[in-house]
Design a protein around this ligand. Structure first.
Ligand code: 5AD
Ligand code: SF4
Length: 439
């Protein structure tokens, strides 16, 4: 039997796409190898969101080249956003690559592997959803559901519209049927995936659909936990906020990317919302879902960001009090509008210093926010053992918080955990044996 190994970089959409690659390869008779050096087919599912992502991947690719020199029969494949963003240059830059494909062309990998062609090939036009391919889920009880591909936003810093193309939604009925099937298979938590989930359905014909309609229909399948990522603040409307308040399965967690707290910078980023509008969305969410966990993404050092702009970002983080945030130093990406900005470039030391100040605020507020869970008993979906202490279990609350706790549960169980301590990142506690006994 032939063997494969996939290394995944980037976001949850890429994790999803890798599960589909694995499922497709298994249906072709391949078996997954634990390590790349044991595999005949070495695949990389790449990301191009920031320069660091590129650099990390290139180091891995060079290791694969060394393996191929030892055993020239090996096949090296590169998929995902980086592959898409450099297209045919891949083969010039990395002549040992046999096959390269974009995120909309994963199925072509199967075609390549089953053909007799020995020449390197690249596939880069969007042809179909990876969500249509067979899958191999990392955990039996959790599933991604790809609701759309691509993005119609034009954020000036972002490479995604050029790597994943314009937005195409999967049909309503198809998605609901997929979740019904997953629930029947025993899946307890479903995460709907799209580059901008809030705009899902606007391109559907003959009938346009809205994301809140989809949320309601998915809730009605009886799935226990429902999540989605990522929304866009500009498209986050009251119907979706109300769905959080009303739908039993929809978790009390919203990831609402801020990017900057300065209206001037938001404009240059082409985010199409202002600081006030963003804060207004937060207020609406908190009004209807008071205990919601909010997380975000923030970029520092965008061209032209003044100390005053940065102070505005700190101000929003202070005011909102996120439960967690991913913070990034701006990195110019090929082909994006912002990469051509020549004025107001921020020296790296200034960006690093701003980042440190931002992380201080984000972590302090997250730590403060997390204290509200101490003393409460929360529902936790067990994912496995704790990464730091294997005698303990690890799981997630509906708020998306990681909990390390002692107890008797197994992965896939939903248990009640008494929370005794909280840091900015994780909660700690003990499984409620009373709840288990009453269970
Ligand atoms: N530089 C830095 N961060 C970026 N992001 C996207 N593009 C860039 C870039 N060019 C960040 C945004 C986005 C997250 C996934 O990555 O914050 O929400
Ligand atoms: Fe995901 Fe964006 Fe990276 Fe593509 S570039 S893998 S969409 S994070």
């Amino acid at each position: 039997m032939k063997s494969f190994h996939v290394t995944t970089f980037g976001c949850q959409m890429n994790e999803h796409d890798s599960e589909r690659m694995k499922g497709m390869l298994e249906s072709l008779g391949y078996a997954e190898a634990e390590r790349a050096d044991e595999a005949e087919l070495i695949l990389f599912n790449t990301c191009s969101i920031r320069e660091k992502a590129d650099e990390r991947f290139v180091a891995h690719l060079n290791q694969a080249a060394a393996l191929k020199r030892r055993d020239p029969e090996r096949v090296i494949g590169v998929g995902g956003c980086w592959a898409q963003s450099v297209k045919d240059q891949v083969f010039r830059q990395f002549p040992f690559v046999d096959v390269a494909f974009g995120p909309g062309q994963v199925h072509k990998l199967a075609e390549f592997l089953t053909s007799d062609s020995l020449t390197a090939q690249g596939f880069f036009e969007f042809e179909g959803f990876t969500g249509h391919l067979p899958t191999k889920r990392a955990r039996d009880f959790q599933a991604w559901v790809q609701i759309s591909v691509g993005c119609n936003c034009r954020c000036s810093y972002c490479i995604v519209p050029s790597t994943r193309g314009t937005e195409v939604s999967r049909p309503f009925g198809e998605l609901v049927a997929e979740v019904e099937r997953l629930v029947a298979e025993g899946v307890r938590e479903v995460t709907l995936l799209g580059q901008n989930v809030n705009s899902w359905g606007r391109d559907l014909r003959p009938e346009r659909r809205s994301f809140s309609e989809l949320l309601r229909a998915v809730d009605a399948t009886g799935v226990e936990r429902l999540r989605y990522t990522s929304p866009h603040p500009k498209d986050m409307r009251e119907d979706v906020v109300l769905a959080h308040a009303e739908l039993r399965s929809l978790c009390e967690h919203i990831h609402l990317p801020l990017q900057s707290g300065s209206t001037r910078v938001l404009k240059a980023m082409r985010r199409t919302y202002s600081r006030e509008r963003y804060l207004d969305r937060v207020a609406l969410i908190r009004e209807h879902v008071p205990d919601v966990a909010l997380t975000t993404d923030v970029i520092v050092g965008f061209p032209g960001e003044t100390e005053e702009d940065f102070a505005a970002t700190l101000g929003v983080c202070e005011e909102v009090g996120y439960d967690g945030a991913f913070t990034f130093i701006y990195s110019p990406r090929r082909g994006t509008e912002a990469a051509s900005f020549a004025d107001g470039l921020i020296p790296h030391e200034v960006a690093v210093e701003r980042m440190e100040r931002l992380v201080e605020v984000v972590q302090r507020r997250a730590r403060e926010r997390a204290q509200r869970f101490v003393g409460r008993t929360l529902e936790v979906l067990v994912e496995g053992s704790s990464r730091t202490d294997p005698t303990k279990l690890r799981g997630r609350t509906r708020h998306g918080k990681v909990v390390n706790f002692s107890g008797l549960a197994a992965p896939g169980d939903v248990v009640q955990v008494e929370i005794s301590a909280a840091t900015s990142q994780t909660l700690a506690g003990e499984e409620s044996l009373l709840a288990r006994a009453l269970g």
